[in-house]
Write a protein that binds this ligand. Structure first.
Ligand code: VAH
Length: 318
């Protein structure tokens, strides 16, 4: 059985559904600090209230349900974390160490994501290597690097089967993103359909790695099912599908909505975070060690996002 923390989040909500389809609904327990509203797909399988700072409750669920895999997603993302650094440290690290302790005590396998946010201004910005300098200047990045090291430690010291990837910005139409720097790449599709225009808080020329949600979900399943003997890096694999700046995604949207216009109102905080992240990362290790691959590039993602959002938002005239 699989336990997912942060199941109500942008990634957690879609991963819970996909894993239930893949492994059987009753084998995937969604948990978060709040209960979803009635009718939520999250309630189509086992769901428990869980604050990841409550290690005792987490241990009880893992023991009672005979959980053998913990997927720990509960965390504050970069922009939100920057507004509440102490709270971000408490949740991101307090939650992680609780989850790792429960994994150690119950001998479960373990997945938690890192991020391109684990890199900083002194990291090579282009073709960022799998193994390189990591001196992030955001509290989010500090918790991501600390998390990578903690997961490596639990593997080396206690043999916990920890695995993880460094996610790029994730783009999906099911659940809105929650407080990230890359959220503009989701918001732009919603506004293109609702308003025919978008005011970007990230400046033109700011390149960041991105990935369509279906590819991110597949990557988690692929890594968790990979042969552990082949994993040299194990935690924090660089993965990405594309790198673009606001101008490129706007141009792709214009192919579908010719009257779409883009303006800029740069947010210094999130622009400051984006400036310190790579332009594009090298993900050769993920390809070599567990066959990482993606299906969606910017054109395919844009076509699918607009199709799915037209239905979700019931918009026919754009
Ligand atoms: C954020 N979407 O913007 C997250 C992610 C790589 C970006 O960590 O904080």
């Amino acid at each position: 059985k699989i336990l997912i923390t942060g199941a109500m989040g942008q990634l957690g909500s879609e991963l819970t559904t996909v894993l239930r389809d893949h492994y059987g609904a009753n084998n995937v327990i969604g948990t978060d600090i709040r209960r979803p509203e009635e009718g939520s797909p999250l309630l189509e399988g086992p769901y428990e209230l869980l604050d990841v700072l409550d290690g005792q409750k987490m241990a009880e669920i893992v023991k009672n349900e005979k959980v053998d895999t913990i997927i720990h997603l509960a965390a504050l993302l970069s922009a939100t974390a920057e507004r509440n650094p102490k709270f971000a440290w408490d949740i991101n690290m307090g939650g992680l160490v609780n989850a790792l302790e429960v994994a150690r005590e119950n001998n479960t396998s373990f997945f938690t994501p890192s991020s391109i946010g684990a890199f900083g201004p002194s990291t090579p910005k282009k073709d960022t290597p799998q193994d390189t300098i990591q001196r992030p200047t955001t509290i989010y990045g500090v918790t991501k690097v600390s998390g990578e090291l903690l997961c490596d430690y639990y593997f080396q010291k206690f043999g916990v089967d920890t695995r993880g990837v460094r996610f790029p910005g994730l783009i999906g139409y099911v659940t809105p993103p929650g407080g990230g720097t890359t959220d503009y790449a989701v918001d732009i599709y919603y506004d293109a359909l609702k308003k025919g225009s978008y005011e970007s808080y990230i400046d033109k020329g700011t390149f960041m790695d991105m990935m369509y949600m279906p590819d991110a979900l597949n990557a988690i399943i692929q890594l968790m099912e990979a042969d552990p003997k082949k994993l040299i890096h194990r935690n924090a694999f660089n993965i990405s599908a594309m790198s673009f700046d606001p101008e490129m995604i706007a141009a792709e949207i214009k192919k579908h909505i010719p009257e779409f216009t883009m303006t800029y109102q740069v947010d210094p905080v999130r622009q400051g975070i984006a400036n310190n992240w790579p332009d594009n990362i090298d993900f050769t290790a993920a390809i070599e060690e567990w066959g990482f691959k993606t299906e969606y590039d910017l054109a395919a993602m844009t076509k699918d996002m607009l199709e799915k959002l037209r239905i979700k938002l019931n918009i026919k005239d754009r």
